[in-house]
Structure formats: structure tokens, C-alpha cells
Write a protein that binds this ligand. Structure first.
Ligand SMILES: [Fe+2]
Ligand SMILES: [Fe+2]
Length: 181
């Protein structure tokens, strides 16, 4: 797990609650990522695309394990609505996959770019001395950028602006909700 070389920063209870809330959001995001990829892999027809999706899904399951462990270390709890987000994301992944590989990859690339930006924001919200959490987010950001790059190389199509906006709105609802419950 990234950050293993750092010791706990001695965060106050309030700081722990704040960082745990951020990690609850990221844990929920990783559940969504897994569901999206599973849905897309179910419906993709191309072997190279299915292989790339399976590889990305494997890394997402590592992210899921890291965020879950960090959340636990901070004394936080997982989002109660995770099953709901999972079901919704799986459906979206299936629909994206059915649109064909170029659109499906475009959706994946756009998702990962948005996640990358989101993680950059979370890194700035952390107490600066919490290197343990920072290291997890940093490695996730690198991996997500890699997923976006892979999707682009496999022929991702650029999504229309309205779709990109709708995705930002939907993920905004998820991130704001998971911060609290
Ligand atoms: Fe991830
Ligand atoms: Fe990813």
C-alpha cells in the first residue's frame, strides 16, 4: 500500500473526521469505478478492450482496498449508499458498453480524467502533514491518468460537451453525498 513508509501524523479528532470523509468519497468512487468497468467489460466485443478493462479493474480493486484500509485507520465508516452507487454505476457501464467500444472507451477516458482532477483537489484539502493519505491519493492519481491514456490509445472517442457536463453533475452528487453518508 502506498504511504507505508510514513508514520501517522498525529491528526486531531476533527482532522481525522475530515480526512476520513474524503476517503469515504474516494472509497465510494472506487466502488463506482469497479462497477463501471465490470459493466463495460460485459458488453464490449473487442478482446483488446476487454483485456484493458480487466487490467484497469484489477488496479481499481487495489485502490478500493487502499481506501478501505485508510478509512479504517482513520476510524471512518464506508458510505451507507455504496450498494446504490454500485448498482447505478453498473447500469451506466452496461449502457456505455452497448454504445460500442469507441464511445465506451471515450466514457472511460473522460471518467478517469474527471477522477484525476478530483484527486488533485482532495490532495490539496488534506492536512499537509498527513503523508500517509497523500501517498495513497498520489498513486491513485497516477493510475487513473494511466487508465485514461490506455483508453485514448485504444481509440476513445471524445464525448460531447453535454455528456461530459452530465457526468460531472452526477459525480458531484455522489461525492457530496458520500462525504456525509
Ligand atoms: Fe481508481
Ligand atoms: Fe481508474
Amino acid at each position: 500500500m502506498p504511504g507505508g513508509e510514513w508514520s501517522e501524523a498525529g491528526l486531531s479528532d476533527q482532522e481525522k473526521r475530515q480526512v476520513a470523509a474524503l476517503m469515504r468519497v474516494n472509497h465510494c468512487g472506487e466502488i463506482c469505478a469497479q462497477a463501471l468497468y465490470q459493466g463495460q467489460a460485459l458488453t464490449s466485443k473487442d478482446l483488446a478492450v476487454r483485456t484493458a478493462l480487466a487490467q484497469a479493474a484489477k488496479e481499481e480493486s487495489e485502490h478500493l482496498a487502499w481506501t478501505e484500509r485508510r478509512l479504517d485507520e482513520l476510524g471512518g465508516t464506508k458510505s451507507l449508499l455504496n450498494p446504490l452507487w454500485y448498482a447505478g454505476s453498473l447500469s451506466i457501464g452496461i449502457v456505455a458498453g452497448k454504445m460500442g467500444d469507441a464511445w465506451s472507451l471515450g466514457f472511460l477516458a473522460e471518467t478517469e480524467r474527471q477522477v484525476e482532477k478530483h484527486l488533485k483537489g482532495h490532495k490539496q484539502q488534506l492536512p499537509a502533514r498527513d503523508r500517509k493519505t497523500w501517498a495513497v491519493l498520489e498513486q491513485m492519481e497516477i493510475d487513473e491518468a494511466g487508465h485514461a491514456h490506455t483508453a485514448e490509445q485504444l481509440g476513445a472517442r471524445e464525448l460531447p460537451g453535454a455528456v461530459r457536463l452530465a457526468m460531472r453533475v452526477a459525480s458531484g452528487v455522489m461525492t457530496r453525498t458520500a462525504y456525509w453518508i
